[in-house]
Design a protein around this ligand. Sequence first.
Ligand SMILES: [Zn+2]
Ligand SMILES: [Zn+2]
Ligand SMILES: [Zn+2]
Ligand SMILES: [Zn+2]
Length: 210
Amino acid sequence: MLNNRSATLEVLPELPVDRAGWVTRMSCTLWGHHVDNHDFLAAGKPFDRTCRCGAAYLPLDGSSTRVRHTLSCFLGHHTYQRLVDRDGYHEYVCVQCGHPLLFAADSDPYADSALFNKKVRYLCGLFGHHVSRVTNRNGFVEHACGCGHTFLRPESEITVIRHPARCVVAGHWITFLVARSGYAEYLCLHCGHPFCFAAPGSGRAAAAHP
Ligand SMILES: [Zn+2]
Ligand SMILES: [Zn+2]
Ligand SMILES: [Zn+2]
Ligand SMILES: [Zn+2]
């Protein structure tokens, strides 16, 4: 028995230990998976995404993926580029974290900007987003705050939307919603926060909730 144990101990240090990979996997388990539109663009394919930790994630089958907050965007600023004009609004998407931004076309302070930085409006995080209805789409009602933040919710009559504690603390649990304008849009099950991830070559694929 003792001989067996010492033999095992002699072998263990020679096993390849992928410490960096282990740390990345633990980090994703603790905080949620990384999302980065730079990575999705570089991958050059619309779907079949793999996180830095090696896990396949963001599937199209309706199951959810827990994603972490992108702290450089939250504490610094998002960097937005124009996604599409629709429903009388200009829609933008963060080139890093995939956060969308929506402004009415006739009152868009960024209408002439190809690319711009914008800080999160922290007061909305504290007191809630004061939203108005934009449109009905993909089985939800879309609401937008004056800060540009959007939510897709089942409720049509709603005036203030707060980020629930579980999303603030633990990240968002997102599921595939629709592919549009070269992006795949995902939606948090708990708060209705949408995210748009680059899906090069996706064209106009099918929606999970037509
Ligand atoms: Zn991961
Ligand atoms: Zn961002
Ligand atoms: Zn707001
Ligand atoms: Zn959420």
